[in-house]
Design a protein around this ligand. Structure first.
Ligand SMILES: Nc1nc2c(ncn2[C@@H]2O[C@H](COP(=O)(O)OP(=O)(O)OP(=O)(O)O)[C@@H](O)[C@H]2O)c(=O)[nH]1
Ligand SMILES: [Mg+2]
Length: 436
């Protein structure tokens, strides 16, 4: 699955299953997304075919008439590949390839290819490779048949029997490699767990940016980073699907000892191959451990509600359904009906839980200030003013109060100092409990 420097010309095709329950509109949207995925992978789409069927055909995915049409179009455009909008069975892939006589690839393989080209760290590379080999294994037979037909790399393999033997060897090789890589991943995961424990021990709350791919998560991360530690800790952001694959965590300075850690990770998409969710589980595990999830939504996308559904179900799948959440309606600058930055109404989440919401643009400083305020409120409570009297003998307590709150006035009494303190309510509770 490599692609050359020159753009590969492809043809897209998808089936809307009228008996499948999904709406036709959603189907068309997923076809648009397929085109974006292909573009993100450096492919040029020459034509796109859609077909309405009760159910996809078990032999070919598409109807045979449509396959003929695609074959003609592929010849006309000089296309090198046809990309299908679903995950195909090994049989469908094999048959289609035979009929079309050019490369065939399904949505899962396309996403895997993007992930593969983007993976940077050893962990991400291993995760993608595990997902890719698991996907490839049941589909090897089709590749062998193709090689035989073309007299490809192993041209000497003339009889079927030899091919089958080679297939067995290949499957075993894959099994060995998978076992090796899973072992290596376990080691990396252990390191990640150790890091996470250290972080938890530090007591600094973790806030996780989560959302559909291209929603603006990395841009929000960078705006926060820029506001407190300069440019050098920036993460990669770009107008492309799956710009981020590796999780990064940055410490964001709040105010008065109220810091938090912000994590940015891989985005979601509808029909994200389950193999990838599995492979990325340890990376996404951060989300489960978070004290707060920021669900970033591209509010300028007409399909933002579907994206939210996909994100919520993936969060639930990861076992992070109970983590408090704030919905961040980002890219509000791209809408002419939305004032921003501002707080939005409370939104009822999947399990009936209420989440706060906020309308922002990640590129605007005031927006980031508001978002910081909303995060701090959620983590440390809203501001309250309270009078406390600290005995002269307890200087440590006085220092803790000054570190976490703002002293508005002070009065020296006989038995101690009376202070009027403005602080976040959760922090004030801790002071009262002697938690500092
Ligand atoms: N107009 C506008 N563009 C934005 C805003 N936030 C992000 N973008 C742009 O949207 C594109 C995607 O942003 P990223 O931050 O890379 O998105 P992401 O959610 O990290 O995406 P993945 O890493 O692919 O999951 C970039 O071109 C950003 O410049 C915003 O508030 N307004
Ligand atoms: Mg990103």
């Amino acid at each position: 699955m490599t692609y050359s420097e020159e753009k590969e010309t492809v043809i897209l095709a998808g089936v809307w299953e009228s008996a499948g329950g999904g709406s036709y509109d959603d189907f068309l949207h997923s076809m648009d997304e397929l085109a974006e995925l292909a573009a993100a992978c450096g492919k040029e789409c020459a034509e796109s075919f859609t077909q309405i069927l009760d159910r996809c055909t078990t032999a070919l995915y598409l109807g045979s008439g449509k396959v003929e049409e695609i074959k003609e179009a592929a010849a006309e455009h000089g296309a090198q590949r046809v990309i299908l909008n679903d995950t195909l069975t090994p049989v469908q892939l094999r048959n289609l390839q035979k009929e079309l006589e050019i490369e065939v690839m399904d949505r899962t393989a396309l996403i895997l290819e993007i992930f593969r080209s983007r993976a940077r760290t050893r962990e991400a590379k291993l995760q993608v490779e595990v997902a890719r080999l698991s996907y490839l294994k049941p589909r090897l037979i089709g590749m062998w048949e193709k090689q035989n037909r073309q007299g490809g790399a192993s041209g000497s393999m003339s009889s079927k029997g030899e091919g089958e033997t080679q297939l067995e060897i290949d499957r075993r090789t894959i099994d060995h490699r998978l076992a090796d890589m899973r072992r290596e991943l376990k080691v990396v995961e252990r390191e990640r767990r150790t890091q996470r424990k250290k972080r938890q021990a530090s007591g600094i709350p973790l806030v996780a940016l989560v959302g559909y791919t291209n929603a603006g998560k990395s841009t929000i991360m960078n705006s926060f980073v820029k506001s407190c530690s300069g440019e050098e800790k920036q993460v990669f952001e770009a107008d492309m699907l799956f710009a981020t694959l590796d999780t990064s965590v940055r410490r964001i300075t709040g105010e008065k000892n109220h810091d938090f850690l912000l994590s940015d990770t891989v985005g979601f998409i509808q029909k994200l191959p389950t193999g990838l969710v599995e492979a990325f589980r340890s990376t996404l595990e951060e989300v489960k451990e978070a004290d707060l999830i920021l669900q970033v939504v591209d509010y300028s996308d007409p399909h933002y509600k579907d994206h939210m559904d996909t994100t919520l179900s993936t969060i639930a799948e990861l076992g992070a359904g109970d983590v408090p959440m704030i919905i961040v309606y980002n890219k509000s600058d791209q809408r002419d009906d939305t004032a921003f930055p501002r707080r939005g109404p409370q939104v009822r989440g999947e399990n009936g839980r209420l989440c706060g919401s906020v309308f922002i643009s990640a590129r605007q400083e005031e927006s980031i200030d508001l978002l910081r305020e909303v995060i701090l409120e959620e983590l440390y409570g809203s501001f309250t003013e309270e009078t406390v009297t600290v005995p002269y003998s307890r200087g440590g307590e006085l220092a803790a109060i000054m570190a976490h709150g703002e002293v508005l006035s002070q009065e020296y009494l006989e038995d101690g100092i009376r202070l009027l303190v403005r602080s976040r309510s959760k922090a004030a509770d801790d002071v009262k409990r002697g938690g500092f």
